[in-house]
Design a protein around this ligand. Structure first.
Ligand SMILES: [Cu+2]
Length: 380
């Protein structure tokens, strides 16, 4: 009897080869069909906006102290991402800093693009020093103001910037068209390495220590040491209406914002239009955005734009010095005294409730809704 060669078992017969090929074919067809199905719902976007973000450290002097802060492209606050509703946004992040980094696109719905959301260790690994990661998403049915920030340790304290989403071409705002618009980012500034600060807070088990300063677009303003010239300013034309895109990019603090002698009309919150609501002041929690209209209808002069703390918890220390920027009319004396903007006291819950209750969607409310009361009808 002929001995069977030991390798005979591993040599596929003709039949096996045909079956394997057929399997590959089926699998390819299945994947193609799946792909086409996803592509049918994939938000393609009207245009594509490309941005190059480089994580870089930058030597900065504030409050008479010099330190290295982490930034995008050496800017604090960082670059603005401009787009229109339904646009595709592609951001290439290159990490030139010695620290791990990711960017979270705060408020972007990320339909079918969750891997671009940005929270480190949740949807992606951190981008390591020297490495690159490309974010890609579509701003589906969102218009207004959102923002981006780092989403690893506490470096978002200095790594943040605005996302401005205009309506589609030819679609007007549902409110008065502003003469000009400005981005106002409320922030907190520490004279410490923010990564070490986070470690210290976690190790302590307590709350974070107060920030060394509140900031408006990175500037503490004249109430802080060494900051008489570290002030943000908007020049306004008398009689004109301005759109302010307010963003709270603070690490922890909820904040009040007001402009002396001027009313604010909120027209959009978190990239959703709302019924216009006029108020003397607003409150934004960290991560929140509001678009407000302001009309320069006061006598020519320099008016304070103020940011201060809202803190409803007891016995928690916090920064209580108001950050000031200027809302300055053309024609005002360059060194005129800024009229003060009265902010609510730090624990004025009623002031907050009044603002929050005023936020009502512009969409028609279809309530009450009919509720499904039986479990079985859910299965039908
Ligand atoms: Cu976020």
């Amino acid at each position: 009897m002929q001995p069977t060669p030991p390798f005979s078992l591993s040599v596929p017969s003709k039949m096996t080869k045909v079956v394997t090929t057929l399997n590959y074919l089926w699998l390819s067809l299945l994947l193609y069909a799946l792909n086409m199905h996803v592509m049918a719902f994939w938000p393609g976007g009207r245009s594509t906006r490309f941005y190059d973000f480089k994580v870089q450290t930058m030597r900065t002097t504030k409050l008479c102290n010099t330190q290295d802060i982490v930034t995008i492209n050496g800017m604090y606050p960082g670059p603005v991402v401009y787009a229109q509703e339904d646009d595709r946004v592609i951001v290439r992040l290159t990490n030139e800093s010695p620290y791990n980094a990711t960017i979270h696109w705060h408020g972007v719905r990320q339909r079918l693009s969750c891997w671009s959301d940005g929270p480190s260790y949740i949807t992606q690994c951190p981008v390591q020093p020297g490495q690159t990661f490309t974010y890609e998403f579509t701003l589906i049915q969102q218009k207004g103001t959102l923002f981006w920030h780092a989403h690893i340790s506490w470096i978002r304290g200095t790594v943040h910037g605005a996302i401005v989403i205009y309506p589609k071409t030819g679609v007007p705002y549902p409110f008065q068209y502003p003469y000009e618009e400005h981005i106002i980012i409320l922030g907190e500034y520490w004279l410490r390495d923010l990564r070490q600060l986070e470690q210290a807070v976690l190790a302590s088990g307590g709350g974070p220590p107060p920030a060394n300063a509140f900031t408006i677009n990175g500037h503490p303003g004249p109430n802080y040491n060494c900051s008489n010239n570290d002030v943000y300013k908007i020049d306004v034309v008398p009689g004109k209406t301005y759109l302010l895109r307010l963003i709270n990019a603070g690490l922890n603090m909820e904040s009040f914002f007001a402009i002396a002698n001027h009313k604010l009309t909120i027209v959009e919150a978190d990239a959703e239009y709302i019924k216009p609501f006029t108020t003397d002041r607003v409150m934004l929690g960290p991560g929140q955005t509001l678009n407000v209209l302001v009309t320069a209808n006061q006598p020519i002069g320099r008016y304070s734009m103020a940011m201060g703390p809202y803190m409803s918890a007891r016995n928690v220390p916090f920064q209580n010095i108001t950050s000031i920027a200027y809302f300055q009319y053309l024609g005002a004396m360059p060194n005129s005294i800024a009229l003060p903007a009265p902010l609510p006291v730090f624990n004025d819950n009623l002031a907050v409730k009044t603002v929050m209750d005023g936020l009502k969607s512009l969409n028609p409310a279809q309530i009450p809704k009919r509720l499904i009361k039986t479990f079985s009808s859910l299965l039908v």
